[in-house]
Design a protein around this ligand. Structure first.
Ligand code: ADP
Ligand code: MG
Length: 345
């Protein structure tokens, strides 16, 4: 394992037995994550994102495979892993009646930090996460976005090498989500912490993550930068509307020749098709059509989204695949996760 690799997994697999039937939540997860990276698991509910994170954070043991996190083996050295990571689970935590600053100090004490060290760190995080105005308020007085920032501060109190965040922005309004992301990015820049998070928001993974691992039905089905995923797996969507009396059939065959695409006819003047690097192709296509005496009234090229990538990979859109609720693991759990559940912060 190269020294700049902070997470390395080989064939990590998790099966749950629910009422005598087996569910394979994660299948053969094999990834390396570089130190300092900002990586996102993107996938619909039930894809296996939380289960993967819970194995990497030693909350549940894998059924098969192995992994090291911050140099420690998740199965043989769970205490080592825990001392080097921060974990913020799905849903909010914190003792509601406790004040924000005290909550951070207790968390520091939990990690065995001395009074001076934990006080300094708590105040620094309060400043970095802009919680100053609420430091003496109780947790229950915070808004959703402020609570999530506190959760992240709690996860960072002991200066972990890797911070795992499970759906940090779920349930927040768009503005709080954007604000949370600004904070995550700033923290990463300031402390060099590797951030490994999950999301089912396409736009977030697209905009903020440096590397997106698309997960579906327990498997990572694509792993690259959002830009590369879009360029490789989904083309630009192009639409051409011809001038009155334009020859649609000839325009179609020009599209076939130049773009290698079969254009769909929409009405008697419009062609729609997708093509890799379609925007770059468009000027050439327009020249060719002009040359053939086919007038084009309007032309549009829409770049793909990660949803187009998901569609290309799975035949479903992420929005369709995503169930509205049921984010959390089901109430029926196997025995091992019962016993380990209590060790979550
Ligand atoms: N403790 C558990 N017991 C039984 N099945 C579980 C448990 N946790 C997760 N699962 C199942 O594993 C699959 C993946 O779940 P999860 O990792 O929570 O997905 P995600 O976080 O991507 O929404 C789902 O089918 C879920 O129902
Ligand atoms: Mg989840």
């Amino acid at each position: 394992m190269p020294s700049d690799t902070v997470i390395s997994t080989q064939g990590l697999t998790k099966r749950f037995t629910v009422k005598k039937s087996e569910v394979e939540a994660v299948t053969d997860l094999t990834v390396d994550v570089q130190r300092g990276a900002l990586v996102a698991f993107l996938g619909p509910n039930g894809a296996g994102k939380s289960t993967s994170l819970r194995m990497l954070t030693t909350l549940i043991p894998p059924t098969a495979g192995s992994a090291t996190v911050a140099g420690y083996d998740i199965q043989k050295e769970p205490a080592g892993v825990r001392s080097r990571i921060g974990y913020v689970g799905q849903g909010s935590s914190g003792s509601f009646a406790q004040r924000v600053r005290d909550e951070l100090l207790s968390q520091g004490a939990f990690y065995g930090m001395g009074r001076r060290e934990r006080t300094e760190r708590a105040d620094e995080l309060i400043a970095s996460l802009e919680l100053d105005a609420f430091a003496t308020r109780t947790v229950q007085q915070l808004s959703g976005g402020q609570k999530r920032r506190l959760d992240i501060a709690l996860g960072l109190i002991h200066a972990p090498e890797v911070l795992f965040l499970d759906e940090p922005s779920t349930g927040l309004d768009p503005q709080s989500r954007a604000n949370l992301w600004e904070h995550i990015i700033a923290l990463r820049a300031r402390y060099g912490t590797t951030v490994f998070l999950t999301t089912h928001y396409l736009e977030e993974a697209d905009r903020y993550a440096e590397r997106v691992m698309v997960m579906d039905s327990g498997r990572v089905i694509a792993d690259d930068t959002a830009a590369a995923l879009k360029a490789d797996l989904a083309g630009d969507a192009l639409t051409l509307t011809l001038e009155e009396g334009g020859d649609l059939a000839r325009a179609s065959s020009a599209v076939g020749r130049l773009a290698g695409a079969t254009a769909e006819h929409r009405g008697d003047r419009t062609l729609a098709f997708t093509a890799p690097s379609g925007s770059a192709l468009l000027p050439r296509l327009l020249r060719e059509l002009d040359h053939e005496g086919i007038g084009v009234a309007t032309a549009t090229a829409v770049p793909p989204t990660l949803d187009d990538v998901f569609l290309a990979l799975t035949g479903r859109t992420l929005r369709d695949a995503d169930q509205p609720e049921g984010d959390d693991a089901p109430a029926t759990t196997d025995t091992e996760s019962h016993t380990l559940e209590g060790s979550t912060r």
